[in-house]
Design a binder for this molecule. Structure first.
Ligand code: PAF
Length: 281
């Protein structure tokens, strides 16, 4: 596996691959890899000649009081896991390489970023779309891979790719879950054993919401209230949001109908976790 530390090294590697007519799949990550990331890498492996994974804890997508400093990092462990998933090259730039001191250009997707996590984390998606645009320009992949745990992120990136004419196919991969339903996330590492128990409430609440909707409930507030009760029954939980929105426009619904996104963000202790389900009603 190639270790590419800077943009010049990526450009050289990619230009050789393109000369040989090889297709390139990009798996953007912030590292501390888990099975969710590896499922993206495996999908990329199946669809491309070359798989490049980026590992970069992107400072511009963290707010001033968020967990940038404590975000888990372990490059040696990540290298082994990526190699096991048959990744061909890892790109792990420094913050200075990606954001030199005179950096002044950002990419902002409107409307889709004003709801859900965008409302709770101002500037977050601007950081995501900026770094992803940079990665797309540096790596120039044929396809790029994103997990559906970050459903809003995937939707925003698809919008950006279409609006800015990036010649890249965005491939989404289902959320990878533990046996009890907890969605894999690098942030799960922050949870104490007791908090890990409480974190099960996210998926339980989503499944409860799904059950109510499938049994005919159409009132948004009734479903949200039941989901909220399920979460708050567990210690150390605090709800950031529970939303029942249109799965394409991401806008809130008055009545449950069509392709809907059931999404939530919940604090468990000092860790903010997100999860979602998409339903056809
Ligand atoms: O989903 C993530 O890990 C990050 O938001 C991404 C897409 C790698 C951009 O930093």
């Amino acid at each position: 596996m190639e270790l590419l530390k800077n943009i010049v090294a990526v450009r050289n590697y990619v230009s050789q691959a393109k000369k040989e007519g090889k297709s390139i799949g990009l798996v953007p990550t912030m590292g501390y890899l888990h099975e969710g990331h590896l499922s993206l890498a495996r999908k990329a492996r199946a669809q491309n000649d070359i798989v490049i994974m980026s590992i970069f804890v992107n400072p511009t997508q963290f707010g001033p009081n968020e967990d940038l400093e404590r975000y888990p990092r372990d490059l040696e462990r990540d290298k082994k896991l990526a190699e096991g998933a048959r990744v061909d090259a890892i790109f792990f730039p420094s913050a200075e390489e990606m954001y030199p001191s005179n950096f002044a250009t950002y990419v902002h997707v409107e409307v889709l970023t004003e709801v859900l996590c965008g409302a709770s984390r101002p500037g977050h998606f601007r950081g995501v779309t900026t770094v992803v645009s940079k990665l797309f320009n540096i790596v120039q992949p044929d396809r790029a891979y994103f997990g559906l745990k970050d459903y809003q992120q995937a939707t925003v990136i698809k919008r950006m790719v279409e609006d800015l004419n990036f010649p890249i196919e965005i491939v989404t991969v289902p959320t990878y879950r533990e046996e009890d339903g907890l969605a894999l996330s690098s942030r799960n590492k922050y949870l104490s054993p007791e908090q890990r128990q409480s974190a099960r409430s996210l998926y339980r609440a989503l499944k409860l919401g799904e059950e109510l909707i499938h049994s005919g409930e159409r009132q948004v507030e009734v479903v949200k209230e039941a989901m909220s009760k399920e979460i708050l029954a567990h210690p150390e939980t605090k709800i950031d949001y529970i939303a029942i929105n249109n799965a394409e426009t991401l806008q809130p619904l008055d009545e449950i109908n069509g392709k809907i996104l059931l999404a939530l963000a919940v604090w468990v202790g000092s860790t903010r976790l997100i999860d979602n389900l998409v339903l056809e009603v």
